[in-house]
Design a protein around this ligand. Structure first.
Ligand code: IPM
Ligand code: MG
Length: 352
């Protein structure tokens, strides 16, 4: 089991250290761990946010454990040198088109949700976000028009095969859950979404056990705070999925709790190759202070054990340890508590 650990910027190294402690405690046989630089750290040490040696390491690994990238001191660099290009480059180079972002209410945290507790209690959803297309990877530029005005543009597109493969991922996920799937688009305005919807309808016919529905993204944003309990699997494009998953995180209390898996088609000996990262960023404002909540990182490790290594039992053990720590009142500053990064990691380890 070859794992590339890419801690990245800001709080990345701090939360990665806690995930590594949990991994070590599991004492799995046959682990090989590599470490590589990415993001602002990659740029400062090697002149590129995704240095070639890091990319090669990620290509050779069965799974990538990814901290966070983003460094304000790099914000004025040309776009291709900015820290975010590390994660976008990895998603593209490794063909990681399916981003799974589960959002589930941890019992006892209902009062911390941005929603009323009785509304928040019902949340148990999975956002399946397409990760290799959309405006993220279309042609983009700021150009000067003939009359001298500057114009920015980002080309939005989805080819039918791109929609079909993420649809299959989402329908299969729904089969293993409550068998409801909601596809989110903007088909009332965008042609890209019109095709998206047509392909989802085609694929839905192959999954008669799954109840499929369609929702415009503006309505979905509203429904997510009005009645999030109605959602099981939500499948959507790259941009809408980026936005809705941040929104979902505050519905369950904190973005410090949301893990993610990015999967492609490449198989490993025990599962599917993937990249695992918390959905939050590098939080430069609290970096180096030992304040960051490592739970999303630790939960991302659990997703890695499940999806890339077929270690369902260990994945569940890690998730239960996190849930138990939360139930026992171990809370970071993001949840209104005062437990630091180390203390949270130690509390999870103890329960493991
Ligand atoms: C995410 C992040 C990234 C994205 C950024 C860092 C490029 O917001 O993973 O949700 O937009 O996909
Ligand atoms: Mg995001």
């Amino acid at each position: 089991m070859k794992i590339a650990c890419l801690a990245g910027d800001g709080i990345g190294p701090e939360i990665m250290a806690e995930a590594r402690r949990v991994l070590t405690a599991l004492d799995l046989p046959g682990l090989t761990i590599w470490e590589g630089d990415v993001g602002g750290t990659g740029y400062k040490r090697h002149g590129h946010p995704l240095p070639p040696e890091t990319l090669e390491m990620a290509q050779a690994a069965d799974a990538v454990l990814f901290g966070a990238v983003g460094d304000p001191s790099c914000d004025n660099l040309e776009r291709h040198l900015r820290p975010e290009q590390a994660i976008l480059g990895l998603r593209q180079a490794l063909g990681l088109f399916a981003n799974l972002r589960p959002a589930t209410m941890f019992p006892g945290l209902e009062d911390l949700s941005a929603l009323r507790p009785e509304v928040a209690r019902e949340i148990d959803l999975l956002i399946v976000r397409e990760l290799n297309g959309d405006v993220y990877f279309g042609e983009k530029a700021i150009r000067t028009l003939a009359d001298g005005r500057r114009q920015g543009f980002d080309f939005m597109s989805y080819a039918e095969d791109e929609v079909r493969r993420i649809a299959h991922t989402a329908f299969r996920a729904a089969l293993g859950r409550k068998k409801r799937l909601c596809s989110v688009d903007k088909a009332n305005v965008l042609e890209t979404s019109q095709l998206w919807r047509e392909v989802i309808v085609e694929v839905a016919a192959e999954y008669p056990e799954v109840e499929a529905s369609h929702m415009y993204v503006d309505n979905a944003a509203m429904q997510l705070v009005r009645n999030p309990g109605q959602f099981d699997v939500v499948v959507t494009g790259n941009l809408f999925g980026d936005i809705l998953s941040d929104q979902a995180s505050m519905c369950v209390g904190s973005i410090g709790l949301l893990a993610s898996a990015s999967l492609g088609e490449q198989q490993t000996e025990f599962g599917v190759k993937g990249l695992y990262e918390p959905i939050h960023g590098s939080a430069p404002d609290i970096a180096g202070q030992g304040k960051a909540n490592p739970m999303a990182m630790i939960l991302s490790l659990a997703m890695m054990l499940r999806h890339s290594f077929g270690r369902e039992a260990e994945a569940t053990r890690v998730e239960s340890a996190v849930a138990q720590a939360l139930a026992d009142g171990v809370k970071g500053a993001d949840l209104g508590g005062n437990a630091g990064t180390d203390a949270i990691g130690a509390a999870v380890l103890e329960r493991l």
